[in-house]
Ligand binder design. Structure first.
Ligand SMILES: [Zn+2]
Length: 321
């Protein structure tokens, strides 16, 4: 129980911006670009060889590397259970990469303070899934201290800043697939569009996008090895933690476990001394609105005709905060 509790806590810490202190690389005075994230990860791998391993798990449509960082305590114990976290599915949710980088920083640079979290678990983190969309989102006018409402369709600089999808062109002349509608389970159901010009375009087929394929590969590797126990995908529009299911109004078989784990995280946030009190809620994703094709349950859609992997992870969650 301590594990997810702490996990959620550090997500919030990152979300509110940890004060800059003397660290080898990581700074929080601005959002890192994709290149800066890559450099940061490489710097950690160089400085913390005993604890850190980088793996390129795929490429984006525009040929950017998608890189996971595997963090361990270096004790040589193999086959530990794994916590997998990703962030940055949606281009405009810049805060999510920062949260992921903050988790990495806490586990690697501040290892001594948090080493109990690595005693029985290895952590695999993919801090930026939609590197192309994010890079595009940063390419327009720099907004400063302005409240932006992305009630798209929008145009001009707002259209760029509010970009959500990846950057793969579609046949109809529009660009982008919503990566969090491109996964196999419940593909096309609920809040998912068949119109390539819509922001929730599901893609021309399940896993059509190279970015969602990369996440699927990581999940399937962890599922087939039996090591994956917790998957969290970080998004940022509302203060809520969701768990399966999303495509249909059905509770997950182990929903009570989900509720317990998530509530522990919410309680921890409420107790923590952050700038704002926690007002997080929890529930199955369909409670927000039915949504198919999200990454939460991606491992059910297995490639190459293999049978469904029904319960590869004990808990899967969509952290939206
Ligand atoms: Zn999102």
């Amino acid at each position: 129980m301590l594990l997810p509790l702490f996990l959620v806590t550090i997500l919030i810490s990152g979300g509110l911006g940890t004060p800059v202190r003397s660290r080898p690389q990581y700074q929080t005075d601005d959002y890192y670009t994709h290149e800066e994230i890559q450099d940061y990860l490489k710097g950690l791998a160089k400085s913390y060889t005993r604890h850190v391993k980088l793996t390129n798990v795929g490429k984006t449509y525009e040929n950017r590397n998608l890189t996971t960082i595997t963090i361990s305590n270096g004790d040589g114990r193999k086959h530990k259970n794994v916590i997998f976290i990703d962030a940055g599915f949606h281009a405009r949710e810049w805060l999510t990469h920062t949260a992921a980088l903050n988790i990495i920083d806490k586990l690697v640079v501040s290892y001594e303070e948090n080493k109990q979290l690595l005693q029985d678990y290895d952590w695999v983190i993919l801090p930026l899934v939609n590197a192309d969309g994010y890079t595009y989102s940063r390419s327009g006018k720099k907004f400063t201290n302005e409240t932006i409402t992305c009630s798209c369709p929008c145009a001009g600089d707002l259209e760029i800043k509010c970009w959500r999808k990846n950057r793969e062109p579609n046949k109809q002349g529009c660009t982008g697939t919503d990566l969090n509608r491109n996964f196999g389970h419940g593909w096309g159901k609920g809040d998912a569009s068949s119109n390539p010009c819509e922001i929730t375009y599901k893609g021309h087929s399940k896993f059509s996008a190279s970015e969602s394929q990369a996440v699927r590969r990581v999940l399937l590797d962890l599922a087939s090895s039996g090591r994956g126990v917790l998957y969290l995908s970080i998004h940022s529009p509302v203060g809520e933690i969701f768990y399966p299911w999303g495509a249909e109004a059905i509770k997950a078989e182990n929903y009570k476990e989900h509720e317990e784990v998530v509530q522990a995280g919410i309680d921890a946030m409420a107790k923590a001394n952050f700038q704002f009190p926690s007002i997080y809620k929890q529930g199955p994703l369909y409670g927000l609105y039915p949504t198919g094709g999200t990454s939460r349950r991606s491992t059910r859609a297995v490639p190459h005709g293999q049978p469904d992997t029904d319960k590869p992870f004990g808990w899967t969650g969509l952290v939206v905060g």
